[in-house]
Ligand binder design. Structure first.
Ligand SMILES: Cc1ncc(C[n+]2csc(CCOP(=O)(O)OP(=O)(O)O)c2C)c(N)n1
Ligand SMILES: [Mg+2]
Length: 800
């Protein structure tokens, strides 16, 4: 039973009115979008109405009572109308945006950090990911605190409002396991246990599985099943039978009775427990009986508030709150209600029941029995209303050059390890703000030296037993609150969601981190939706994916990646690079550390047409293939070319017949091919492409700018190719899908032959595999010969 001290009766009365108002405004927003706004495309709102109603009470209790300014919430995707309605009442959402719900620049269908104007903490939409985001955000908050940042501000709770069907998503369980390992705190998951998903009613007894599971992983579980009315009825004569009846009622039947209403409840209850609970049933009208039987705790403000107030610790807590999908609306409980919309006639009846006059539908306090001034005063003094606007963290200065000792033969992966090792020595602030993480591939992605210097993070120190036992080992595995590497289990989903959380620390905690995550390139696919999710909500991080392609030759097809360069190009918010040499990598990394901190306006640079002032995240596709490193100084011009996406390794002459454009680890083949062709083809050029993504993006943007009348707009790749004569052919080559560079020919109208990998790999040596896929020197020269007039290329015969 709720304790009377949990909330005063006056406040409870106000909250009940606000709950009605929230449900009304959310329903009206949906109705307006479908029936009132000019909606000629025939696209009706999907699963918002019933799904929103399910959470109306819980969100009222949270936002108007229990949340504190420092708390952050991931709202179940389909509860977005409730969220926007609450923000509207708090004065943080406009009527215009509500009227444009799901329309152009209107309030978003699913809460969006970047697109909504009403202070969304975490985006949601792809079910399960927002839930895990709260877990990793609490870990990120712990990391920030343990490092002495976030000075004195109270710790926030990271709260997820979870649809029960969201728990079908595997990423949730991966996250729970990781949370247990990392000593999760300050995290609440409130499960909207309406026992309905999109298509169906969920299996019986699922709550009991959830309960054991959460408890097994160290969570407190609070089951919120019966509201105050039901609890009172249980102490009436026959109340225990009523309780047993509810507990044994199958989900399907309960839902059906909710939909059918009072008379149906009466019939079933009378048939089943009429002998023992006759008074309980008979003294209530149909309407009262209906209200009693749907009085689940998830729709009972006093029960919810008592439960939230009762939490006086920081242990992770899972609330299983029984609710009814569509509560308070005509299709409550119906199994087909997911995309249910009230008809205009039903809406009219609802409007009348809510005392809302026609033409006053958007008035915040219309039809409520409490005077507006009192309601406004209540809202003003609610703790959550005291929350300021989004936090901003100052940028951390980053050096223009990152020192690294380059060996004559080296891979980009080894170079990455060497650069991080050097950063590990650096006392500068940026080095302290770097946090690395990896899903069990820390050592195999060359982060070992960095971790030796900076240590692993844990809230509680833990010594490396091998070290204390004096057993020789290359790596020190010491955990402490000062450590700067977060070691994860293998689940790549967790890597991306942790990067999403670390990469939003500047907004969530006001403290900026510089997150770097490493994984094997092919396994990006395993966490791709989470990567997309992180980018969608504008989290900032550097992703280092290595090894990649078929160049990890003997590892075979299961570890090779083919399509990742195309992911790098297509993923919004992620600038992809694939350097061939370590000096390029160093230039890109220093650019990257600054780029992930940029938050300027949307205007592209007039030099490259890239959105470099807007910033974003970075993806580096690296390789384990050791290759000969060029002996050169990186001039400012060369550095710029590397960062812009390409530079001439060998500029083609005015009569050039062939240009070889390469990316990444196949550099030696490209260089050799150009050398071998030089005697038989004129003015051969060699283009080093460090970022097909940035080249392509700049080109597209410059074309668009020209179409808008900015006739002088030129992108980097257009400038690079403008002097290449029209008859010249371009042979492109990379260890990845050939489409990555195939578009180069369209820039200035050159014929292109694009070489790359299209099929699952083999095991073998690098020469075996490069030959097999046609990305070796011979394939490059053969392609060039086939497309250019002139005598046969003599050196071709000598190639194996
Ligand atoms: C990854 C993903 N798969 C599928 C969907 C489509 N979808 C949206 S909501 C939903 C199920 C909703 O059930 P639940 O989470 O219980 O929320 P309720 O509608 O009951 O409130 C599905 C399958 C999605 N949004 N994301
Ligand atoms: Mg559900």
């Amino acid at each position: 039973m709720p304790r009377s001290a949990d909330i005063g009766t006056e406040d409870l009365e106000i909250l009940r009115e606000l709950e009605r108002k929230v449900l009304w405004l959310a329903s009206w927003t949906i109705h307006h979008a479908n029936y009132i706004r000019d909606n000629t495309d025939g696209l009706k709102v999907g699963g918002h109405q019933a799904s929103s109603a399910s959470l109306a009470t819980i969100m009222t209790a949270l936002y108007f009572h229990s949340l504190r300014p420092q708390d952050c919430v991931a709202v179940k995707p389909h509860a977005s109308p409730i969220y926007h309605a609450i923000q509207y009442l708090l004065g943080r959402q406009t009527r215009e945006r509500l009227e444009a719900f799901r329309g152009y620049k209107g309030a978003q269908s699913y809460p969006s950090r970047t697109k909504d104007s009403d202070d969304v903490d975490f985006s949601t939409g792809s079910v399960g990911l927002g839930v895990a985001q709260t877990l990793f955000s609490s870990l990120a908050q712990d990391y920030v605190r343990a490092h002495g940042w976030g000075g004195g501000e109270p710790e926030g709770r990271m709260i997820a409002l979870v649809g029960d069907a969201e728990l079908d998503e595997g990423n949730i369980f991966e996250a729970i396991l990781e949370g247990w390992k990392q000593g999760l705190r300050n995290c609440w998951w409130i499960i909207d246990y309406n026992r309905q998903s999109l298509d169906a009613v969920v299996r019986e007894g699922l709550w009991a599985r959830f309960e054991t599971l959460f408890r097994d992983f160290g969570w407190d579980v609070v089951i919120l099943k019966y509201g105050a009315l039901l609890q009172e009825a249980f102490v009436e004569p026959g109340g225990d039978r009523l309780r047993a009846w509810i507990d044994n009622c199958p989900n399907q039947l309960y839902s059906a009775l909710v939909f059918q209403g009072g008379a149906a409840w009466r019939k079933h209850l009378t048939d089943d427990i009429g002998d023992a609970a006759s008074r309980l049933i008979e003294t209530r009208s149909d309407e009262e009986l209906g209200r009693l039987m749907t009085n689940l705790a998830g729709h009972d403000l006093s029960s919810l508030i008592a439960a939230f107030n009762a939490i006086d610790h920081d242990r992770p807590t899972c609330f299983i709150a029984y609710t009814i999908k569509g509560f308070g609306l005509p299709f409550a409980g119906h199994k087909d209600n997911h995309a249910g919309l009230m008809t205009p006639a039903q809406m009219e009846a609802f409007r009348a029941a809510m005392n809302v006059r026609a033409g006053h539908e958007w008035d915040p306090f219309e039809g409520l029995s409490i005077e507006p001034a009192r309601l406004a005063a209540f809202l003003d003094r609610e703790p959550f209303a005291q929350r300021g606007t989004k936090r901003k963290a100052r940028p951390i200065p980053v050096p223009d050059e990152l020192p690294v000792a380059i060996q004559s033969v080296m891979s980009t992966q080894a170079g990455f390890g060497a650069i991080l090792n050097e950063i590990g020595r650096d006392q500068a602030e940026y080095a302290a703000r770097i946090v690395t993480t990896s899903p069990d591939v820390t050592v195999s992605t060359n982060l070992g030296a960095w971790v030796n210097r900076r240590g692993l993070f844990a809230r509680e120190a833990m010594a490396d037993t091998f070290k204390s036992e004096r057993i020789p080992s290359t790596f020190t595995w010491e955990f402490s609150p000062k450590g700067q590497h977060i070691e994860l289990g293998i689940a790549e989903m967790n890597l991306f969601i942790l990067l999403s959380a670390l990469g939003l620390c500047h907004a969530v905690t006001g403290e900026r981190l510089l997150p770097i995550g490493t994984l094997y390139d092919p396994f990006i696919a395993r966490g791709l939706d989470a990567l997309n999710y992180a980018c969608y909500q504008d989290a900032r991080f550097i992703l280092v994916a290595t090894p990649s392609g078929v160049s990890l030759a003997p590892e075979g097809g299961a570890h090779q990646s083919i399509g990742t360069p195309l992911i790098g190009m297509a993923q919004d918010g992620l600038a992809a690079f694939e350097p061939a040499f370590v000096d390029e990598l160093a230039a890109i990394l220093s650019f990257a550390l600054a780029y992930i901190q940029k938050d300027g306006d949307d205007q592209p640079s007039e030099r490259t047409w890239l959105r470099d002032e807007t910033g974003g995240s970075i993806y580096l596709r690296l390789s384990t293939r050791p290759i000969e490193q060029p002996q050169r100084t990186i001039t400012p011009e060369l550095r710029q070319g590397i960062v812009d996406g390409a530079y001439w390794m060998r500029k083609p002459g005015p009569n050039a017949q062939v240009v070889v454009a390469y990316t990444g680890a196949v550099a030696p083949e490209a260089i050799q091919a150009v050398g071998l062709m030089a005697e038989d083809r004129r003015d051969v050029g060699l283009l080093a492409v460090t970022s097909a993504d940035r080249l392509n993006a700049g080109w597209t943007a410059a074309q668009r700018a020209r179409e808008r009348g900015l006739v002088n707009a030129r992108s980097h790749v257009e400038r690079l190719l403008e002097e290449v004569p029209p008859h010249c052919v371009i042979v492109t080559v990379l260890d990845g899908h050939p489409a990555t560079l195939a578009w180069l020919g369209a820039v200035a109208g050159h014929r292109v032959r694009s070489l790359g990998v299209e099929h699952f790999g083999q095991t073998g040596s690098i020469p075996d595999l490069y030959r097999h896929y046609g990305i070796d020197t011979k394939a490059i020269v053969t392609a060039a010969q086939a497309l250019t007039p002139g005598r046969p290329i003599r050196h071709l015969r000598a190639l194996a």
